[in-house]
Design a protein around this ligand. Structure first.
Ligand code: GA4
Length: 322
């Protein structure tokens, strides 16, 4: 719960009190207000009682552990990530590097089935069924959260955000990240697993194996996000949602550090629209005093810009309204 401590800066406050943990089984109207408040203040919050079945999560995690435990030659069958598939240390297409290995997957059912064959040498069906079940459950959760946001923002049409990601052709992604512990082969003295960036999409739903490493930037200060409660999902606003809310919600810079006591695995679902979807500020949030901060663009255009820039670049600056 966020408590008021009047004389502290936002960074000092959050260091003491943690980002908000929101119980999705609480009163719907209250929950929608808390979500909006968290998105405005921090761009991050956690949800508990989220309805994603425990066995769906553990099956997916198990597949992740098995994949990363393979020898390099096995993992490389699923790579190089260009941008999808298995990647090791190389992030994106512009030379960014981190102490991380990952699997980046498209989430439409056909692509999951196809890619599972190159990822799993043992049982592709087991892998694809775990990924499909996980994606279905987190997509449902993402839709629910987007509907609560729309309620909290006062939208008459409460599906105005969720329908963007509901389409089977949505460009949503699933990323499994493995950050080996620092003495397990991490070579960078900075211990940066995944360098600072914002997420380009609408919303990110993140799970980790209870090991810390995630940090968010609050007023320019790096603040660790405690991985507890372990059953929670950590949710953050992406660039597209910042645009749609005309800057009311914040797409906040974050990064992942490696640590020296335990390796970390995280699973991130990036909820995105279809490639041809047009993104612009929601009309009911615009007034003569608050004109659009960004120009309209398609998701394909934004994604192309993201891959032409470095990880830490500010993409949204390129889409400001004139
Ligand atoms: C950051 C969020 C997601 O992990 C991701 C990343 C993508 C990639 O790793 O392929 C990007 C990065 C992310 C933003 C800028 C571009 C694209 C690497 C990079 C340098 C999958 C995404 O959609 O954007």
């Amino acid at each position: 719960m966020v408590v008021a401590s009047p004389n502290l800066s936002k960074a000092e406050k959050i260091r003491d009190i943690e980002i908000p943990v929101i119980d999705l089984l609480a009163d719907r109207c209250e929950v929608s207000k808390l979500i909006v408040q968290a998105c405005e203040e921090f761009g991050f919050f956690k949800v508990i009682n989220h309805g994603v079945p425990h066995d769906v999560i553990t099956r997916m995690e198990q597949q992740g552990y098995e994949f990363f435990a393979q020898p390099a030659s096995g993992k490389q069958q699923a790579g190089p990530a260009n941008p999808y598939g298995y990647g090791c240390k190389n992030i994106g297409l512009k030379g960014d590097i981190g102490e991380v290995e990952y699997l980046l997957l498209q989430t439409n059912p056909l692509s999951i089935d196809h890619k599972s064959k190159s990822i799993s040498s043992t049982d592709p069906n087991k892998l694809s069924s775990a990924v499909r079940a996980y994606v279905e459950a987190v997509k449902k959760l993402a839709c629910e959260i987007l509907e609560l946001m729309a309620v909290g923002l006062g939208a008459l049409d409460t599906s105005v955000l969720s329908r963007l990601i509901r389409d089977v052709e949505s460009d949503s992604l699933l990323r499994l990240n493995h950050y080996p512990k620092a003495d397990d082969g991490a070579t960078s003295p900075s211990f940066i697993g995944f360098g600072e960036h914002t997420d380009p999409q609408i919303l990110t739903l993140l799970r980790s194996n209870g090991v810390d490493g995630l940090q968010i930037s609050v007023d320019g200060v790096w603040v660790p996000v405690n991985p507890h409660p372990v059953s929670a999902f950590c949710i953050n606003v992406g660039d597209v949602l910042q645009v749609m809310t005309n800057g009311r919600f914040l797409s906040v810079r974050h990064r992942a550090m490696v640590n020296s006591y335990k390796s970390r695995m995280s699973m991130a679902y990036f909820a995105a629209p279809t490639l041809d979807a047009t993104i612009s500020s929601l009309p009911f949030l615009l007034t003569p005093q608050k004109p659009p901060l960004y120009r309209s663009f398609t998701w394909a255009e934004y994604k192309k810009a993201a891959y032409s820039l470095r990880l830490g670049d500010s993409r949204l600056n390129h889409f400001k309204a004139r």
